[in-house]
Design a protein around this ligand. Structure first.
Ligand SMILES: Cc1cc2nc3c(=O)[nH]c(=O)nc-3n(C[C@H](O)[C@H](O)[C@H](O)COP(=O)(O)OP(=O)(O)OC[C@H]3O[C@@H](n4cnc5c(N)ncnc54)[C@H](O)[C@@H]3O)c2cc1C
Length: 428
């Protein structure tokens, strides 16, 4: 039977970053097994009729200059655009700057007053309201956090309807910090200050995007990995934790260590570990990439749609990133984990809703692509965090490490995936 020092499951960003980190340290005894026929995982790019699309809008904002420089050094000839983000919220026939909570002054006056009033009293000290405010950060669920920190109007006009569409679940089932640093916080001072001096900076106020799409960052990682150490179209279907053997449809492989970027619940299943499957919930996202024959709205990169009448929660404009003269959209529609997905019916609704929102008018659709990301946004709950910590600890003790966005059952960026993979290898 073949055996390998480090068996890596998945050739997405996490798996390839692990392999590249091992290779750089001269540890060549590794093998990457990928179920798909291509590398990239969720960071794949599709090219069709002159349009460049990712699996869904993937834009990059590196906090670690060294990681960005490492990647760029491996992307010769690739032009990388640096774009100042312009994102809006479609709200009752207006476009409000994102984030909503910092731009309530752009609402009609009565709604602005409601938001400001509720925000003030949501946060006001007990002597003003006659009731005890929740201790800062004392809320336990996401919905309660939204009400407590932003007040009823901001919560109910945008934060709750939008995030319920995105997560496709009741937000009170999610942990308070389900979105971590990706949630734009704002206090009363920020909101008031923003009325005169707009400062809508967020974790991604500028972003980078390679002309060849997100896959270029994956290719950069893969250029540091031995080509013969990546086996495509070879899923790991079972893992024997006692004997340290992984099985694929083609072979059995012994391993000393195993690093998996597969979704955590699927890893537990193939490793035969007892767990409660109901703890690991997520949504799935159907993405339509749509190319049209003419230009659409300029000066916008993506728009959020909280309106429950619209099937999509977000629409992005690749053409404004590329300065292209034909409208090129990604459209994201979220579903509950167990909901059936009727792609044709959803596509028809997407086109109707794009028309209703004025995103398209006389436009003719000339190219398209659709993909379902399942899981897409995992539901981070107290129970999922506790069960992940328990089971991941047990796996680690057996030399199995579960990493990445889905291996970690978390919300993160590709940079976070690279940081995690490098730290894992550095600790060996
Ligand atoms: C809608 C959406 C938008 C996003 N936007 C951004 C963004 O703008 N910027 C950003 O930085 N990040 C973004 N992300 C996050 C980014 O996609 C992920 O962080 C990253 O792609 C995760 O990489 P990964 O390698 O951990 O997992 P994946 O990409 O899921 O890769 C895992 C790989 O493992 C393979 N695999 C699974 N099971 C097996 C098995 N049993 N055997 C062999 N192979 C297996 C899969 O086929 C896959 O290739 C977004 C994510 C989503 C869902």
């Amino acid at each position: 039977m073949e055996s390998v020092g480090v068996l890596i499951v998945g050739a997405g960003v996490s798996g390839l970053a692990t392999a590249a980190a091992l290779d750089e340290r001269g540890q060549r005894d590794y093998l990457v097994l990928e179920a798909d026929r291509e590398i990239g995982g969720y960071c794949k790019t599709v090219r069709r009729d002159g349009f460049v699309w990712d699996y869904s809008g993937h834009f990059f904002h590196f906090k670690h200059a060294d990681i960005e420089a490492w990647l760029r050094a491996r992307m010769p000839g690739q032009r990388i655009r640096v774009v100042e983000k312009k994102s809006f919220i479609a709200y009752k026939a207006r476009q409000i700057d994102f984030p909503f909570q910092k731009n309530i002054h752009q609402l009609p006056q009565d709604e602005f007053i409601d938001c400001l009033h509720d925000l003030y009293f949501a946060r006001a000290p007990a002597e003003l309201t006659g009731r005890a405010p929740a201790p800062p950060g004392g809320e336990t669920d996401f919905k309660a956090m939204l009400y407590a920190r932003f007040g009823r109007s901001i919560a109910e006009k945008f934060l709750i309807p939008y995030n319920e569409k995105l997560y496709a679940c009741d937000l009170s089932t999610l942990d308070r910090d389900a979105m971590g640093r990706f949630f734009p916080q704002a206090d009363l001072t920020d909101v008031i200050r923003n009325m005169r001096a707009a400062d809508n900076r967020s974790y991604n106020s500028t972003f980078t995007y390679p002309e060849g799409g997100a896959i270029e960052y994956v290719k950069a990682l893969s250029s540091a990995v031995r080509p013969d150490a990546v086996a495509l179209d070879e899923p790991v279907v079972a893992i024997d934790l006692q004997r340290k053997i992984a099985r694929t449809p083609r072979r059995e492989l012994g391993f000393e260590r195993l690093v998996s970027s597969a979704p955590f619940n699927r890893l537990l299943a193939i490793a035969g570990m007892a767990h409660d499957p109901a703890v690991f919930r997520s949504n799935k996202v159907l993405v339509f990439n749509l190319g049209f024959d003419r230009k659409g709205q300029r000066d916008v990169h993506w728009i959020y749609f909280p309106d429950p009448r619209r099937v999509f929660y977000r629409v992005g404009f690749y053409d404004n990133i590329f300065d292209a003269d034909r409208l090129s959209l990604y459209v994201e529609v979220a579903f509950r984990q167990d909901a059936p997905v009727d792609v044709a019916a959803t596509r028809a609704r997407v086109l109707d809703d794009l028309r209703a929102e004025g995103v398209i008018a006389e436009h003719r659709l000339v190219a398209e692509h659709a993909v379902i990301m399942d899981p897409a946004y995992v539901h981070i709950t107290r129970a999922s965090m506790a069960e992940h910590a328990r089971a991941a600890g047990e796996l680690r003790a057996r030399g199995v490490h579960s990493i990445g966005r889905y291996g970690g059952w978390t919300y993160c960026s590709i940079e976070d995936n690279i940081v995690e993979a490098r730290a894992l290898v550095a600790a060996w």
